[in-house]
Structures are given as C-alpha cells and as structure tokens.
Write a new protein. Structure first.
Length: 368
C-alpha cells in the first residue's frame, strides 16, 4: 500500500457506523444493536476507485493492475461524557487521536427497531454531542500545554508569549465548543499547534445515513438539509448514503452492483463517493506508473515534488533521481499511446523541482 494515512469513522452508538465500515471493507466488523459493541478499532484497507486506472490497463494490457489504497478505522460509538471517561470514552478518544481525518456518521433515518442512544432522532444534537466531547478532550490538552508554557515564560523568550496568546484564543473557543479548525487558519499558528495533535483540528467529513428509499433523492430528507447547513459553517462535505444498502451492495458482484445502482438511477455507490471524498480530505492525489509488467496508482500529498514521489516507489529511485519523464493522463489518452504523445511533444522531462500533478503518468530516470 502506498500510503499509511487513516480515516477514522466516528459517531454515536447505533448510527450505522459499523454497518458502513463493513460495506467499505467487507471486513465483517460486528454490528450489533447496543452501545460499545466496537471496543478495539477495526481497520480496513480499501481500493480508491479511479476510472483512469482501468483505461490505462486497457492501453498497456499489463500483467498486474494495482489501485491506490486507503485505510479506514472503525472507532467505537462515543457517548456524552466520553471526555470524562464515560463509556470507555478515553480509550476511544485515543483511537481518534491516531487518525489523520474524521468521518462522522450521523443518523438521518427513523427506525423503530433500532434504538437511539439519546432516545430520539436529532442529527444536530448528535453532532453537538460528539463535537463537545472532542472539544473537551482538546481543552484538557491545551490547558496542560498552557501550564507548561507559563512556567517557561520566566525565561524571557518572546516566542513563549506568542504561544500563550494562541493557546488562550484556542482555549476560549474550545470552551464554547468551537472546533480548533474553525478558530485557527493561519499556517504559522497551525504549525505551532501541530505537536498537540488536537482532535478538532483534524479535517472532517459528514456521512448522513439515510433510509434505502431516500438514497436516490436525499434532498427530500429534512435531516440531511440540517446536517448540510451545519457542515457549511466549516466548509465540510456531506455525503448521503444508506449504510444498510451499501452493505447489501458490497455482497454483490461488480456487475450485479452496477445493475442495481442503474435501476435506482444512481451513477455510483455512496461508498465510492465516500472513499474519493476521504482521499481528497487527506489532501492526497494520484500519479501512475505504466508498462507491460504493471499499471499502478501511487498516492502522494498534493504539492509533492518529483524526487519524493519517486521515493514512494523505492528510496533508491529518490536517492539517484535524475529526471521524471512525464505525460498528463488526458494528453496520453488523446494521443492513443505513449510514443504518439512523445511525437507530439507532450512527454516532458522534469527535474528535481517539478511539482507532481494529479494523473501524471511517470517514468523516473535514476542512477544509484
């Protein structure tokens, strides 16, 4: 796998988290109708859907085709009071601390046979419960750091006062259940908070879990609109899925799944949209290597330079990097072959400062 980045799936108990995770990974995580069913987090690796990979395979007819991959972690249902240790809370918060981004599953369907831990359906209240718990956990972290920084202030280092000012701003916001990602946007301030590994600084995406008959038309669900309004405050994406239906689709063959979705009038599964959105949330993109042996998608952060991208394949290639022979995906497809793209002057030789573009097809030249 070409990246170790992880997306954590969180939510209150019984919102459809584990059902969704099962669908994502077909891993068979236990999904039961009672809180704390998921205590140790289940981890699943999932292929990132990318139509370009299939097209490149058709062109090169390789022996192997390898997609990019992502890791999803199913974290147990949080409850009110988790930051104070309620319901194994501290343990679950520690699991969230280890992931790079958060997917919060919010229940937007009524079902009498599935209990709600808070006794009624109210997505905003559910989001607030989780947000409050994460803010309280962060508040404790910030207050500990503040204590340390105040002791260091006696040394007369002016940087310490700048840090304290920032911590005070963050502390005040967290006290009002304001996530740090809304409070701090400056690069310099973000860097000084990095080592605190704050939960509410992680990028977040909301999954509105709707009933099966609302999948094709989620805007008809009043609860989805409420979640979208909330998410808009922090520029977060909302994806409406039916976890139950996605779990059923996961059991079908690719052909059957496609047929099932077409009958519903849907272009792609909610899972494919979720995986791609998670990929984007982590600031990732894809480049490809292609040849007779294999066509492969590699995952890198946006803004990665060519030698570091080469290092994803092998550290020797990064160390001995000379040039990157590069062609854009669209240019290659429009030309019909690598050689034809070369004849048209569309294949570029790029050096060490080249910033990779999404969809680049690359051959790295190196000498060790």
């Amino acid at each position: 796998m070409s990246t170790n980045l992880e997306v954590g799936i969180v939510g209150l108990p019984n919102v459809g988290k584990s059902t969704l995770f099962n669908a994502i990974t077909k891993a068979g995580a236990e999904a039961a109708n009672y809180p704390f069913c998921t205590i140790e987090p289940n981890v699943g690796v999932v292929d990132v859907p990318d139509a370009r990979l299939g097209k490149l395979s058709e062109m090169y007819k390789p022996k192997k085709t390898l997609p990019a991959a992502m890791r999803f972690v199913d974290i147990a249902g949080l409850v009110k009071g988790a930051a104070q240790g309620e319901g194994l809370g501290n343990k679950f918060l520690a699991h969230i601390r280890e992931v790079d981004a958060i997917v919060q599953v919010v229940r937007c369907f009524d079902a009498g046979d599935i209990t709600h831990v808070e006794g009624s359906l109210n997505p905003l209240r559910d989001i607030d419960i989780i947000n409050t718990e994460l803010c309280l956990a962060d508040l404790e972290t910030v207050e500990k750091r503040m204590e340390r920084s105040r002791k260091l202030l006696k040394s007369g280092d002016k940087k310490i006062q700048v840090e304290i000012d920032l911590l005070e701003k963050v502390q005040a916001g967290l006290g009002n259940a304001e996530p740090v990602r809304r409070l701090v946007t400056e690069e310099e301030e973000l860097n000084s908070l990095k080592d605190l590994n704050l939960l509410t600084l992680k990028p977040v995406l909301f999954v509105a879990n709707v009933s099966e008959d609302e999948v094709a038309n989620p805007e008809s669900n009043q609860y989805v609109a409420v979640v979208e309004e909330y998410a808009a405050k922090e520029g977060a994406i909302v994806i409406a899925v039916s976890a139950k239906m996605e779990a059923e689709i996961a059991e079908l063959s690719e052909e059957e799944a496609g047929e099932f979705l077409r009958e519903l009038g849907i272009n792609e599964s909610g899972l494919d949209r979720l995986i791609r959105a998670g990929f984007s949330l982590l600031g990732l993109m894809t480049f490809f290597t292609a040849g007779e042996q294999e066509v492969r998608a590699w995952t890198i952060h946006k803004g990665t330079k060519a030698p570091q991208a080469a290092g994803k394949i092998h550290s020797d290639i990064e160390r001995g990097f000379i040039r990157a022979e590069t062609v854009g995906y669209d240019d290659l497809m429009n030309s019909g072959s690598f050689n034809a793209a070369k004849e048209k002057g569309l294949v570029r030789l790029e050096g060490k400062d080249y910033i990779m573009r999404d969809g680049d097809i690359v051959h790295f030249r190196f000498n060790v």
